[in-house]
Structures are given as structure tokens and as C-alpha cells.
Design a protein around this ligand. Structure first.
Ligand code: FMN
Length: 223
């Protein structure tokens, strides 16, 4: 499975089997995270034991309390931290999918009870539940491409594919409040139409969009 196949197969999964991640899979996931950290300067961490990350009533009600492990998404605090967490965290999400795991981004969690290590100046933004789902999740409603993009009448295939891939991306409460505009000069402007965790969403959708650039043999725009 490649990343684009993984992108179509991925759905948020909130109910997990009580099984630890197999050793070989764990090793592969750790090396993907290490690679992302090396390229981005972020401090994404796989916490094999999720500990009290999802102890709160709300996450229990949503089922995430069954997740055996989490990826704590932290990095040096700054104005672009949330977007960068989204971009690189989504690469890890697709890697987990390729390894046969399931995931769910989670903005509702207990930062205090997440057993992450934070270095001086770092902030824990969000976590990603990870493990073997009891099922693979389901397709959900999506906005149409014309609601989230605009550009000249003639659009290159990489742009239309990029928008389709972005619509397949997870966003907080499925808000999909992003907008891609293809300019006359061929550049792409992405705007954030707000909402909870929308900056993380923007990073996530940019990662999906960039997969269409790579598929077309073009340089990524944001990686
Ligand atoms: C930034 C972000 C935060 C999220 N927070 C939560 C959460 O706290 N609890 C939850 O159950 N799902 C959460 N989700 C998952 C979204 O609800 C889910 O991605 C969205 O409904 C789209 O469904 P899909 O991921 O299956 O495509 C979050 C997703 C993102 C991207």
C-alpha cells in the first residue's frame, strides 16, 4: 500500500482491540516518527501505553479510551507549530495506516495525564490515538470540490487531485473549513476559515494536497 492508497482507506477509528502493537510494526512506526522529527524539528512521540491520555469522561464516551497507544504531537512553540504538527502528524497517520494500524486525531484529551516528554520551550498540541481498530471506520459526508477550491477554468490534474485528496483528510468535527485557490501564476494559496483546531487541519490537508504534487512528479509545496 502506498500513501495515496492509505489516504483512501483511512477513516477515524474510535474503538480499539485490547492488543499491544506488534514489535515489528512498532519498530517501523517509530522509525517513521524519527524520520519526521529529523526533517521537521518537531517532537512527535509514540507512547506505547496511552496512560491517562483519554481518562476524561468525554473521551470515554467517544470510545477513544480503548486506544492502547497514542502519538503525542509536540514541538517547539511558535506561530506555525499547529500547522506543522498537522502536516507531519498526518504523514505518521498514513504510515500507521500502511502498517495495518488505525488512528484518530484527538483534540479532546488530558494533556496533564499524557505521559509525553516536553523539552524546554515545547508545547503538546494534540494527540493521535493508534492501535488495531475493532473495525476500519466508515466514509463520511464531505464538502464538494467546488465548495473548497477555485481557480482558472482550466486546472491542471495535480490541482484537482490535490483538492480531492484534501477532502479525504481528517479535520476536527469534519469541518473542512479550508480553501485552495489556484492563482493565474500557478501558485496555490490556502486559506483557513477558522474553527477549533483549524490550524492543525490546514497542515493535514496540505500534506494530502502535496501527495498529488509528488504523484505528478512535482516538488511539494509545503514539506
Ligand atoms: C485536529 C483534529 C482534532 C480531532 N479531535 C477529535 C476528538 O477530540 N475526538 C474524536 O472523536 N475525533 C476527533 N477528530 C476526528 C474527526 O472527527 C474526524 O477526522 C472527522 O470527523 C472526519 O472523519 P474521518 O477522519 O473518518 O475522515 C479530530 C480530527 C482532527 C483533524
Amino acid at each position: 500500500m502506498n500513501e495515496i492508497e492509505a489516504l483512501w482507506q483511512r477513516h477515524s477509528v474510535r474503538s480499539y482491540k485490547p492488543l499491544p502493537i506488534e514489535a515489528e510494526t512498532l519498530q517501523a512506526l517509530r522509525s517513521c516518527i524519527a524520520q519526521c522529527n529529523a526533517e521537521s524539528g518537531l517532537h512527535l512521540q509514540l507512547l506505547e501505553d496511552a496512560g491517562g491520555t483519554f481518562h476524561r469522561l468525554m473521551s470515554r464516551a467517544m470510545g477513544l479510551a480503548s486506544a492502547p497507544s497514542v502519538i503525542a504531537c509536540a514541538g517547539p512553540d511558535g506561530p506555525e507549530l499547529e500547522e506543522r504538527i498537522g502536516y507531519w502528524g498526518e504523514r505518521v497517520v498514513l504510515c500507521a495506516q500502511m502498517l495495518g494500524l488505525n488512528t484518530c486525531w484527538a483534540g479532546t484529551f488530558s494533556a496533564k495525564q499524557t505521559p509525553a516528554v516536553l523539552r524546554e520551550g515545547e508545547r503538546l498540541v494534540i494527540v493521535i490515538a493508534v492501535g488495531y481498530g475493532t473495525a476500519q471506520g466508515k466514509p463520511r459526508r464531505s464538502r464538494a470540490p467546488e465548495e473548497v477550491s477555485a481557480g482558472p477554468a482550466e486546472q491542471p490534474a495535480w490541482f484537482t487531485a490535490g483538492v480531492r485528496y484534501a477532502l479525504q483528510a481528517p479535520t476536527a468535527i469534519n469541518q473542512q473549513k479550508f480553501f485552495f485557490r489556484l492563482q493565474e501564476d500557478g501558485t496555490v494559496e490556502v486559506s483557513d476559515r477558522g474553527g477549533p483546531f483549524s490550524a492543525v487541519d490546514i497542515g493535514i490537508v496540505k500534506y494530502h494536497f502535496d501527495l498529488a504534487r509528488r504523484e505528478a512528479g512535482l516538488p511539494t509545496l509545503w514539506g
